[in-house]
Write a protein that binds this ligand. Structure first.
Ligand code: R5P
Length: 306
């Protein structure tokens, strides 16, 4: 079955890295915004399998655009259209925390399930819904872990006495998965969110971080408030802050400057979301998962659009 990869504006570099890792063509999707805000989407010729690449950060407009592109790819002959959303937004709202709130994860997952035949993403923020399959019912769902890629990326810059620190119970899975191959100690906090940018964090046993290197680890950096609060507590315990590492970094250059002033002078992230900190390529891990699932077959000839 022939295959092609199509990507929305703004994520060309990561998309082309994945296309190269898969040995298939990467083709831009053109998006024109009308003055009233509507989107006109146009896709190039497609293979029988179309991979549509789009990180779903700042997702509202992009969600409509990927649904339009999926429909256009089917019109161009794709018999299956798979969404490659290395970052999948809207996963945190998995219940109504106050009466009347929309359960975004369920609704957005349902939309994706109706528009696509498969979804692959990296470290989705799943909490009460344990499996990605349950978010997108009825379609193929692949979760790629960034842990081993991140562990490799930091291996040369951590010493054996470094503690990896996660801010909350949800981060435990990611912190431990990065720490294990490196044989590092971990520390996991408890977090209470007080507002969009304000959190309260209790880090148990910070005394053991005194005079030791500490690196913050989380799945997602958004406002950076979580990292700043952890950094504040670690610094007052006498730890030597060695920056932060995250799977997804939504922070822009201004946010990173605020983090630097708070003692986090280095933030590293994977390239699931384009941005100044997003330097660790996930293409090899994504390509391996896509091939294992049989979405793109081995062999350049079969994989290329004729
Ligand atoms: C939430 O539980 C996530 O794992 C992150 O800790 C959170 O989204 C980070 O948000 P912010 O950077 O705005 O504090």
């Amino acid at each position: 079955m022939s295959a092609s990869l199509h990507f929305l504006p703004g994520c060309e570099a990561a998309a082309m890295r994945l296309a190269a890792a898969l040995g298939i063509d990467g083709r831009p999707v053109s998006v024109r915004r009308f003055p009233d805000g509507e989107s006109l989407v146009q896709v190039a010729e497609s293979g029988q399998t179309a991979l549509l690449f789009c990180p779903l950060d700042h997702p509202d407009a992009k969600l409509i655009q990927v649904l339009l592109a999926a429909s256009a790819l089917r019109d161009r002959g794709a018999t299956r259209v798979m969404l490659v959303a290395p970052y999948l937004g809207y996963m945190r709202q998995d219940m109504a925390f106050s009466p009347g709130e929309a359960v975004s994860q369920r609704l957005i997952g349902g939309l994706i399930a109706r528009g696509f035949d498969g979804l692959v993403t990296v470290d989705p923020h799943l909490h009460r819904t344990a499996r990605l399959e349950d978010v997108v019912p009825g379609i193929a769902a692949l979760v790629v872990s960034a842990a081993s890629t991140i562990a490799q990326a930091i291996a040369a810059s951590v010493t054996a006495d470094t503690i990896l620190v996660g801010p909350d119970a949800e981060s435990r899975q990611w912190v431990e998965a990065v720490a294990a191959p490196l044989g590092l100690e971990t520390m996991i906090g408890e977090k209470r969110r007080l507002g969009d940018r304000k959190v309260e964090i209790v880090l148990p046993g910070t005394a053991r971080a005194a005079a030791r290197p500490a690196m913050l680890v989380d799945d997602l950096v958004s406002s950076g408030g979580t990292l700043l609060e952890c950094a504040r507590q670690l610094a007052s315990a006498g730890a030597i802050l060695r920056g932060a590492i995250a799977t997804h970094c939504l922070a822009d250059a201004d946010d990173l400057a605020v983090l630097a002033r708070g003692g986090i002078d280095r933030v590293l992230a994977t390239d699931t979301v384009p941005g100044p900190a997003s330097t660790i390529a996930m293409a090899p891990a994504l390509a391996a998962a896509i091939r294992r699932a049989g979405w793109v077959e081995h062999g350049t000839g079969m994989a290329r659009v004729p």
